[in-house]
Design a protein around this ligand. Structure first.
Ligand code: AMP
Length: 455
């Protein structure tokens, strides 16, 4: 088995990695680390959960700690030499934490800047100088405009979760940043998906890149136990409370489609005596940080999040992810459940699916190339006559974090009034037109083949 040392990392970096508990490189690390150390550009297809952060952090630390420009100590003023751009504040903070963790025995230092918090401490940080800066694009440009940042010594640029940055409308900001960087530099682009826009960005940015794609979907998806609970729209909240209480779940990440939905659910769960907080784009940075840290240290039972706010949340061995609403974009399902089952740990992802969401479920199953087992919970049998309603895509009064992306955005009653699983809610004798007389409560039985055609 290949070790971190054999990948070309120095002893002080390998030591930090092993002190952090990692002995074996993940597949993305096996490929990315030597490629980045070599110095060329890189195009990597990898999502959160694969170990991608260390995949670029470790070789960047290696490169910057060697050679003529390597700092002689931790404290001298120095120019920024590596810039990592991320779509969200949470991800920026986590990436910078990784840089600090893995770089602790080097002379390199790092900093993070993002919006939603005061700019003055960041100005001070930038004045003192850091070797590696992790930033969200908007705040980085604020600093550029104010003349409080010097990007003229950048040797390495990383675009992390580039697909998400484009989804969030950062392309113009990225172009503005690229325009002020030195021409000669190493570029690393990480993306979970490869849309035409990403390919266009890669074409513009990368020069003869090494290309890496790790088998992410299946490898991540396969170690996670996934289950669908068909349920009526208005029974989702009592069902969630029931699941949390009966199984004594104590660390649950719950996804809602909208910020309004997240707030409402938190109120309901708190009324049930379940300790919950929400994390989304309308929350202040301090509220988000507080919620995340209490969730991480185990004092908060339920964290309710919208997709973008949760992006990159990195919690080792998070046991439970609940899709309270299915995402509109099937790829988001994979991102969501990737919060559990990290780097080999097993986890459980549960989806509460009502009649409005059958089409979304079918899209997800198509993407992950498997049918998800369904289980109707006793006491929460869905009404077989319920009619699908259009899916609400936007929060009330929100400004669009995590909504309205992809898939035409229309939602709506796309699936008609069909049960999530024909084998249970409908005919069991092979006649798909015969309506169910009574829904069947089953435990964990895989859907019979042919079910997909009905959704
Ligand atoms: P990432 O894909 O960067 O978000 O990392 C996913 C998770 O895997 C994080 O919790 C990392 O700390 C963890 N991780 C990264 N590299 C390794 C490794 N070589 N062995 C085990 N876990 C790792």
């Amino acid at each position: 088995m290949t070790t971190f040392t054999e990948l070309g990392l120095s002893e002080c970096i390998v030591r930090a990695v092993s002190e952090h508990g990692y002995t074996t490189p993940t597949p993305i690390q096996l490929q990315a680390i030597p490629a980045v150390i070599k110095g060329g550009d890189l195009l990597a297809g990898a999502q959160t959960g694969t170990g991608k952060t260390a995949g670029f952090t470790l070789p960047i630390l290696e490169r910057l700690s060697k050679g003529a420009n390597a700092p002689k100590n931790k404290t001298d003023r120095r120019p920024i030499r590596a810039l990592v751009l991320t779509p969200t504040r949470e991800l920026a903070a986590q990436v910078e934490e990784s840089v600090r963790t893995y770089g602790k025995h080097t002379n390199l230092n790092s900093g993070v800047i993002f919006g939603g918090v005061g700019i003055n401490p960041q100005i001070k940080l930038l004045k003192n100088g850091v070797d590696i800066l992790v930033a969200t694009p908007g705040r980085l440009l604020d600093h550029k405009q104010q003349g409080t940042i010097d990007l003229s010594h950048i040797e390495i640029l990383v675009l992390d979760e580039a697909d998400r940055m484009l989804d969030m409308g950062f392309i113009h900001d990225i172009k503005k940043v690229l325009a002020v960087l030195p021409q000669k530099r190493q570029n690393l682009l990480f993306s979970a998906t490869f849309s035409d826009d990403i390919k266009a960005l890669a074409d513009r940015l990368l020069n003869n890149p090494a290309m890496i794609e790790v088998a992410r979907r299946n490898s991540t998806v396969e170690i996670i136990a996934q289950k669908v609970h068909p349920v009526d729209r208005d029974k989702k909240h009592p069902l969630l409370a029931h699941l949390i209480k009966t199984h004594s779940w104590n660390q649950v990440l719950v996804f809602t489609r909208t910020k309004h939905g997240a707030n409402k659910l938190v109120e309901q769960l708190i009324a049930d005596g379940i300790n919950s907080m929400a994390i989304h784009g309308n929350k202040s940075q301090s509220a988000r940080t507080k919620a995340l840290s209490e969730f991480k240290d185990g004092s908060l039972t339920v964290l309710v999040a919208t997709d973008i706010a949760a992006r990159g949340i990195d919690i080792d061995q998070l046991p439970h992810v609940v899709n309270y609403d299915l995402p509109n974009v099937p790829e988001d399902y994979v991102h969501r459940i990737g919060r559990t089952g990290r780097a080999g740990a097993t986890g459980e992802a549960v989806s509460l699916v009502c009649v409005d969401e059958f089409k979304l479920l079918a899209d997800i199953e198509k993407l992950i190339k498997r049918q998800l087992p369904q289980e109707i919970i006793d006491g929460f049998i869905p009404d077989p006559h319920a009619k699908a309603q259009p899916i609400q895509l936007r929060s009330f009064g929100g400004q669009g974090q995590g909504q309205g992306r992809g898939n035409g955005g229309g939602g709506g009653a796309r699936s008609g009034n069909r049960p999530a699983r024909p084998a249970q809610g409908g005919s069991r004798d092979g006649n798909p037109s015969r309506p169910a007389t009574k829904p069947v409560v089953k435990q964990n039985t895989p859907r019979r083949s042919g079910g997909r055609g009905n959704v």
